[in-house]
Design a protein around this ligand. Sequence first.
Ligand SMILES: C[S@@+](CC[C@H](N)C(=O)[O-])C[C@H]1O[C@@H](n2cnc3c(N)ncnc32)[C@H](O)[C@@H]1O
Ligand SMILES: [Zn+2]
Length: 364
Amino acid sequence: MADLSWLRSRKNRHACWLLIFKELHLSIGTDMKTKTLNFLRCIHPLTDSEYCDSELKQRDELTLICKRCGAEYSLRGGIPRLIHSNISENPYLKEEMIGAYYEMQFAPYILTGESQDRLSYPQSEIVTRSFEKNFYQSVTHLMGKQNLTEDFYQSLLELVRQEKLVTPNTTVLDIGCGLGRMTTEMARFDDVDYAIGLDSSAFMIEEATKLANSQQSQIPIKLNLVGGKTTSAKIGLDWTVDNCDFMVGDAQQLALQEGAFDLVLCLNVIDRVPNPTKVIEQIFRVLKSGGYLIITDPYDWENSPITREYWITDMAEFFSHNSKWQQVQEVDGIPFVMRSTSRQIVAYMNHCLIYRKITEETQS
Ligand SMILES: C[S@@+](CC[C@H](N)C(=O)[O-])C[C@H]1O[C@@H](n2cnc3c(N)ncnc32)[C@H](O)[C@@H]1O
Ligand SMILES: [Zn+2]
């Protein structure tokens, strides 16, 4: 007979109920957005180097099926999961990271303490082209701030506006979107038709979907203290978007239609994936001719599980070897700050670049 003695602990019983509740909740299928379905493509391998790439249809509330090869993909709570199960585990898939992610991506929307005050937030500074200037300015500024990462997102949004990367009917893909802050921000642009956020962590994507649909209600969350302890808070966006959606997927094999996006965001992801070059190739594939990529990274290779032969330590140099990409803008030294726990803050100086996909069509 199975040993159920572990259930005697109250904590274990609680965890067990939570798991059952979560599974039940997720197995209640929901139809997915038709618009998202049109972007999806089958990633079933046909040969070593080729995959099916055909359209999918919804078979039932819990299944998507390839129209050509019949491969099946799961749909949980309306969220498509188009990922091969062998994707390597990385620390970002752990649920304990979620508190740090909430603080990182949504600090201005978090309500804390008895009074449930919103954390006040100073306006972003204009980013400069000088790495040294950005470095010294930001270090001194950051020390006095509560919402540490907000400057980073505001700087990127400013670049999107400055470089006019959004034009009427723009479609956006946010790769490694985490909790989807930038996916929803992009969807808020009047000219953005649709934005899709993709992440390999199903847990992140479920939370991102909840947040984007929060419709001004407040969702209870936990923020990380130290030693695995947490504190309760609430979060609620003061905007709603209905032109964005999320999916579980692998940046190295995007289950998405070729040439479908005008703008791809790849923010703080490239040093997290086993094969960064594959991600750039996939981005090229899904971008429209003349479409834009905004890519930024802290190159934290030393703290990633990626083997040294794949490290890219200067993306500008990396892209310069490929005439299919034209550089549009380069800003070095944008601060990207994460508070991992109440006593640990990691501050990076990010390299940020914008590239345009060049094809024969754009040259003529
Ligand atoms: C540092 S976070 C960046 C989140 C967000 N882009 C931002 O800058 O606010 C890295 C994200 O990449 C995701 N990720 C890691 N490997 C991935 C992969 N192979 N495919 C898709 N997402 C991945 C992680 O789950 C995590 O959410
Ligand atoms: Zn197929």
